[in-house]
Design a protein around this ligand. Sequence first.
Ligand code: ZN
Length: 104
Amino acid sequence: MKDKIKVTEEMQLVVEQMRLDDIEENPDIENEFFDCDCCGQCKCVAGSIQYGDYRLCNDCVLFAEVGFELKKLNSIQDLVDAMEDKRLEEICGFIKNDSNGVNN
Ligand SMILES: [Zn+2]
């Protein structure tokens, strides 16, 4: 059984390096954004990875890689399903913001 904290720390370095490599290859990438298929947030393209049908932001790549390493995830689909609540929260956040001031 691997140490969860140690695995997370190692993966943080690996994932951060992927982001830095992307920026080094293409500095403009820092200004490019996309909607992450996992967390639903608008994130920087730098450090994102395409896994099959899903494109994950740098933060979610970290969740995915740690999950695989610790055998908590069998596939990206598992992570996307697990993050569904978070995506809903994002959507509900927008709705809440829209309804602000309606009762004034
Ligand atoms: Zn994400």
